[in-house]
Design a protein around this ligand. Structure first.
Ligand code: MSP
Length: 510
């Protein structure tokens, strides 16, 4: 059976334009999706936009447009940014699409049929920016405990989901599946939240219209989180096409999210699914938040980092690399131009770029650009191969743990090993001695093979650079990516090797 992999980003609210935080999640998912493809998996990678709810309705009103006009406008900003960042998603879901509406209605009906939805009355404090209800007790000085902004007292008729009924089943699931919530600290956070006791959840609103009406009672619209979370299955064709993508890809392998929306994904979503009789996702991974030059990113501070501008200035691969290399996925991090420039100059221009230029230049100088046949191995060659062979499992493990920075560290150990191999074998000295021609050929072969493997490893992170390097090595068949390509010895002697231009020009700083 074909190996499959399903990965999702959160769907982004359209009341805000995309910034570096959104780009971060999406790039991380794209990297893992590309990596799994390289490893021979059939991959489904989903992203999209969350277009309903009071927040979007209010933003549209403030702009003098309809919510759908706002959504149509902002969705283009997201889509064009993803294109610019080389995001290779399988589908883009919008919650205003008919296919999504059908899925939301169906899951609502299923839960209602189980008598786990009932009509009641609500009186609580609502934080509109977070689209979340709080009890009086949960408020901090009268404000939202998550974002600190003021809340409004709301009293309304509402449909409730019997979330309390699923408390024990959820706890058991989390305890039996230690990897369900990652990282560890997040898992502990959720475990203690559940142990405090789950209340029934209000899942409809009557105070505004912008949403999917409750089936059979259009005075109510469905709560935006109930609506939004369903995107993960509506994209797969649930409920109309149970034998298609839904069968192949559900349950999802990993929902990647920011730490702020953990509870929705690890308490609400799994209990909805339990009630609807649908299997739970395998894993939810919550990453940290970016600050900018030490400060929280906010419109009022005018320090929102605009990804389009960054790409224009530094190039797409450098940005993708930096975001995943600089900070362990799961921890908070700080974005600074100094740190970015430092990474570009040292890791990319110096270590990786120089390796590729030196290697391709030497084959051209010593063998007219035709890759020689390798001869017998010396100790230094065996060592190099061993380092590369060991990396296959190491990198794979880090990628499966979404430890992108560790995967990159492991890949850069290969870069260092290859650079060291050049110093140790001193090809320029071998070239001066005709009797060493065969030895020089072995060294060149091993070096270029190392460059090929490094290109394969870096390609999910830096697709343009990866493809460029592979093309220098005579590989134009990007589609021919299979697992075996990670085995040592894939380059064919006789291949024409093109001399590389600098991959990453150094950025001059004062
Ligand atoms: N619409 C909901 C998600 C619904 S998923 C079924 C939502 N949207 S959002 O646009 O507000 O946020 C989307 C993601 O961006 C979240 O995962 C959030 O953590 C992430 N980020 C927003 N600002 C961020 C930073 N400053 N840093 C890192 N990620 C941040 O929530």
């Amino acid at each position: 059976m074909e190996k499959t992999f399903y990965i999702t980003t959160p769907i982004y609210y359209v009341n805000d334009v995309p910034h570096i935080g959104h780009a971060y999640t999406t790039i991380a998912c794209d990297v893992l999706a590309r990596y799994k493809k390289e490893r021979g998996y059939k991959v489904y990678f989903l992203t999209g936009t969350d277009e309903h709810g009071q927040k979007v309705e209010k933003a549209a009103q403030a702009n003098g447009e309809t919510p759908l006009e706002l959504a149509d406008r902002v969705v283009k900003r997201f889509q064009s940014l993803w294109e610019k960042l080389n995001i290779d998603n399988t589908d883009f879901i919008r919650t205003t699409q008919e296919r999504h509406k059908k899925a939301v209605e169906e899951i609502f009906r299923r839960i209602e049929a189980k008598k786990d939805i009932y009509l009641g009355e609500y009186e609580d404090w609502y934080c509109t920016p977070c689209e979340t209800f709080w009890t009086e007790k949960q408020l901090l000085d009268g404000n939202c405990p998550d974002c600190g902004r003021p809340t409004d007292k709301l009293r309304e008729e509402s449909y409730f989901f019997r979330m309390s009924k699923y408390q024990d089943a959820l706890l058991e699931h989390i305890e039996k599946n230690p990897d369900f919530i990652q990282p560890r600290t997040r898992r502990n956070e959720i475990l203690s939240f559940i142990k405090e006791g789950l209340r029934d959840l209000s899942i409809s609103r009557t105070t505004f219209n912008w949403g999917i009406p409750v089936p059979g009672n259009d005075k109510h619209v469905i709560y935006v989180w109930f609506d939004a979370l369903t995107n993960y299955i509506s994209s797969l064709g649930f409920p109309d096409d149970p034998d298609g993508n839904f069968k192949d890809f559900w349950p999802c392998n990993v929902h990647v999210i920011g730490k702020d929306i953990l509870r929705f994904h690890t308490v609400y979503w799994p209990t909805f699914l339990l009630a609807a009789g649908i299997p739970l996702p395998e894993k939810v991974f919550a990453h940290g938040w970016w600050t900018v030059e030490g400060q929280k990113m906010s419109k009022s501070l005018r320090n929102v980092v605009e990804p389009n501008m960054l790409v224009d200035k530094y190039g797409v691969d450098a940005i993708r690399y930096f975001l995943l290399r600089e900070v362990p996925f799961g921890l908070d991090g700080d974005f600074s131009h100094t740190a970015l420039v430092h990474r570009i100059n040292s890791d990319l221009a110096n270590d990786h770029g120089n390796l590729v230029s030196r290697s391709t230049a030497m084959v051209n100088k010593y063998f007219d650009g035709v890759l020689p046949q390798p001869g017998a191995d010396e100790e230094v060659d065996t060592e190099l191969k061993q380092i590369f062979n060991n990396a296959v499992a190491t990198v794979d493990q880090h990628m499966n743990n979404l430890a992108f920075n560790k995967a990159l560290q492991a890949i850069w150990e290969l870069v260092s090993a290859a650079n060291k191999y050049i110093d140790d074998t001193a090809p320029w000295a071998l070239a001066k001695d005709d009797s060493q021609k065969e030895r020089l050929g072995t060294v060149m072969y091993n070096l270029l093979e190392a460059v090929r493997l490094i290109a394969l490893y870096t390609a999910p992170f830096m697709p343009e650079t990866g493809a460029k390097v592979l093309a220098l090595l005579g590989d134009s068949e990007e589609s021919d990516v299979t697992d075996v390509r990670f085995d040592w010895g894939g380059l064919k002697p006789g291949t024409k090797i093109t001399k590389s231009k600098p991959l990453f020009p150094r950025i001059e700083t004062e």
